[in-house]
Design a protein around this ligand. Structure first.
Ligand code: SAH
Length: 347
């Protein structure tokens, strides 16, 4: 059984090579080839043939295959559906902002969190992504599109805190100066509110941005929308968030998808203000994306809600929607691909 070489850190690779009698710099050479997206050991032109052959016996280089690529006509957003080594598919979205190109990556094949408004969770979780499979989404979206990536958001399919070991290893890989060298301050991680994960991330003291998918500040509504709230309720969640801020000094961003008649009342806005007291928070209001399988509808009170938060001193922005013409949100492309044939969806 050959091993996944791209999930290995530079230190581990250097140690493996040392045991094969290779000098320390060899690790750096191979690591940087891998992170530039080579498809085979053959391409590593400054590595001797015998070593390349030995490596090919021991390791594989995973390369995702783009089975679908959609480019938005209106804003240039690119969406990829990648097929992995085992035939599973995941999505990656590349968005062009003034502050740089941002890639939104998936952390799992499917998701087991069960949020009522989200297309990614409909078929459940199939498996966790490996560190290399997280990294490859960045490497190959950049290579294929020709757009240099400066920011990463872990907001695609899956719950990063449900795959935290692999996510932390990915962060180490993507941040490495010999690799893509993307700074922690250019990376955001979004969670539905897995409290032990938030605490573990706080301990790591990484300077990334934590996003928490709040979607409701009261237990009744939140438990209805997000089953995770039955395990870690609003009080536990905010205790973890306050702890996170105290430990890292980093402002948390709260995602809030506005749903008609469900979470868009004045009293809910006031409750958010109350919960955020004592820490600088930023609320990101998201116009709900329609999901074919769900009866929930977008709110018509987004701007009133925003104003009510702002008036009480809470920073609130409305997320600009990109890629609306290409199913660029929340597991919609993978869903369509899965359903293709069965229900006659066409991509
Ligand atoms: N599992 C993580 C990250 C992936 S979801 C999390 O829950 O945060 C990325 C974001 O999209 C989350 O805030 C999620 O709640 C939101 N989202 C999912 N479906 C949506 C929809 N139909 N409309 C708007 N936002 C949605």
């Amino acid at each position: 059984m050959s091993e996944d070489i791209k999930s290995i850190t530079l230190e581990e690779l250097t140690e493996e090579l040392r045991q094969m009698g290779e000098p320390a710099f060899r690790g750096k050479q191979i690591f940087s080839w891998l992170h530039r997206g080579v498809r085979s050991f053959e391409e590593m032109s400054n590595i001797s043939k015998p070593l390349r052959e030995r490596l090919a016996e021991l390791y594989y280089i995973g390369v995702p295959r783009a089975v679908r690529k959609q480019v938005s006509k209106s804003d240039g957003t690119v969406k990829y559906l990648w097929e992995l080594r085992d035939g599973n598919c995941i999505e990656t979205v590349l968005m062009q902002y003034r502050h740089g190109n941002t890639v939104c990556i998936s952390s799992q094949v499917g998701c087991r969190m069960g949020c009522a408004f989200c297309a990614s969770t409909i078929g459940g979780k199939v498996r966790d992504l490996r560190p290399s499979e997280l990294l490859d989404q960045v490497i190959f979206s950049q290579l294929d599109s020709g757009l240099p990536v400066s920011n990463i958001v872990l907001m695609g399919i899956g719950e990063p805190m449900d795959n935290l070991d692999n996510v932390l290893r990915f962060l180490e890989l993507v941040n490495h100066p010999q690799g893509l060298n993307i700074g922690m301050r250019h990376i955001s991680l979004s969670t539905c509110g897995v409290v032990p994960g938030i605490r573990r991330l706080a301990e790591s003291e990484l300077q990334l941005t934590l996003s928490v998918s709040l979607h409701a500040p009261d237990n009744e509504t939140r438990s209805r929308l997000m089953p995770v709230n039955r395990a870690y309720d609003v009080e536990a969640l905010f205790a973890a968030c306050h702890g996170y801020f105290q430990k890292t000094g980093r402002r948390i961003s709260f995602e809030y998808a506005m749903i008609d008649g469900v979470n868009d009342s004045d009293s809910q806005a006031d409750l958010i203000v109350q919960k955020l007291r004592g820490m600088p928070g930023h609320v990101n209001l998201i116009p709900l994306n329609n999901v074919a399988e769900s009866a929930l509808k977008p709110s018509r009170r987004v701007s009133a809600f925003q104003k009510r938060l702002e008036r009480q001193g809470v920073t609130a922005t409305v997320r600009r929607s990109l890629g609306g013409d290409i199913d660029a949100s929340c597991g919609q492309l993978r869903r369509k691909a899965m359903e293709n044939g069965k229900k006659g969806f066409q991509l």
